[in-house]
Design a protein around this ligand. Structure first.
Ligand SMILES: O=P(O)(O)OC[C@H]1O[C@H](O)[C@H](O)[C@@H](O)[C@@H]1O
Length: 334
């Protein structure tokens, strides 16, 4: 089914719940030919690999985002030219309860093994629901097409992590192809119990070759080295280049980071709010061999730069809500 609403368009089954944004009138300036009229901003609900529910967001200039309800997992982000900006493993397993290798896993309520849960918590292993009429955000995405997803704990989840929460994730594809992810996590414990958690948007970026990559914004900062029992060091370089295994949690990082790919002549920026830390991870050759869903050469074409809150766990009182935003932009001059 295809529903036309103003000049935003929704495509999908009859009883589905979808949120949508209206495209304000000024976007008509981008319509220069009859073909452009067919390019409407849209959200499509469809089936992905292994029949898993998948959403496709499309913008009028051609950018797209694909999201699996399993994990609220963004698996693809393409710019206006159709170029893929995220890495997805050639061996990714699209079969619950295995998390999808690549794209943007949501790491909640526990980063790595920093707590009693399985590594990286359970949000990436749960099927999220789509939400209609979600709580209004303070600022509406301008010209963006978006979906609102929701995760609440099941009784099984409460057995392993005894805290009630409502996790609302808005995924927005901006007019210029920016990918904006807004997380709002509310403590809904009824017994006034506070909880704490660690969090990451585990962004896997696609790169031409890892040896071409520079990560900017982390120079001279302190980091915890995950390969050395999280010993604290201070980065000596201004710009991070990678030529062996790296697995670090950089602490108190700036609000803006950049990933430069010299060969692709591509720059991706990460702007983040409420996310002080940044993980940089590449398993390199040896460690890759221990990861079943990563191809032997995949490490060459990926770098994970993760906007996160790890160094100081987030503490939420009952009734309180935490908000964290990341905006990914392809700022390459095309
Ligand atoms: O294999 P996963 O559980 O998906 O974790 C993949 C990687 O995620 C993060 O980047 C951690 O810092 C790494 O230590 C971990 O190896």
């Amino acid at each position: 089914m295809r529903i036309q609403i103003d000049n935003a368009c929704l495509i999908g089954g009859q009883n589905m719940l979808l949120t949508f944004s209206k495209i304000p009138i000024q976007t008509w300036e981008h319509i220069k030919s009859p073909e452009d009229l067919l390019k409407t901003a849209s959200v499509e609900i469809t089936k992905g690999i292994n029949g898993l529910d998948k959403l496709v967001l499309r913008q009028i200039r051609g950018s797209t985002v694909e999201v699996y309800l399993y994990g609220a997992h963004v698996t693809s982000w393409k710019n206006d030219h159709g170029k893929e900006l995220l890495f997805l493993s050639s061996k990714a397993i699209f079969s619950p309860p295995t998390a999808i290798r690549g794209g943007i896993p949501i790491i909640f309520p526990q980063f790595s093994n920093l707590g009693p849960l399985r590594s990286h918590g359970f949000a990436r292993n749960r099927v999220w629901t789509m939400e209609n009429n979600s709580h209004p955000l303070q600022s509406k995405p301008i010209n963006g097409v978006f979906v609102d997803l929701l995760l609440k704990p099941t009784e099984d989840d409460l057995n392993i992590w005894p805290n009630r929460f409502e996790y609302r994730l808005r995924i927005t594809l901006g007019l210029k192809g920016d990918l904006i992810m807004t997380s709002r996590i509310k403590n809904t414990n009824t017994d006034k119990k506070q909880f704490n958690f660690t969090f990451a948007y585990h962004n896997y970026f696609r790169v031409s070759n890892i040896s071409e990559v520079r990560v900017e914004g982390l120079g001279k900062l302190d980091y915890l080295d995950n390969t050395q029992n999280r010993t604290r060091f201070t980065e000596t370089r201004n710009v991070i280049t990678i030529n062996s295994e790296i697995d670090r949690i950089y602490l108190s990082t700036p609000k803006k980071l950049a990933i430069l790919d010299h060969k692709k002549k591509q720059t991706i920026s990460i702007q983040k709010h409420g996310l002080p830390d940044a993980v940089v991870w590449n398993p390199w050759e040896e460690r890759s061999k221990t990861i079943v869903d990563l191809g032997p050469d995949d490490y060459k074409s990926m770098v994970a730069v993760e906007a996160s809150a790890i160094g100081k766990p987030v503490i939420l009182n009952s009734g309180q809500e935490w908000k964290a935003v990341q905006k990914l932009s392809d700022v390459t001059s095309h």
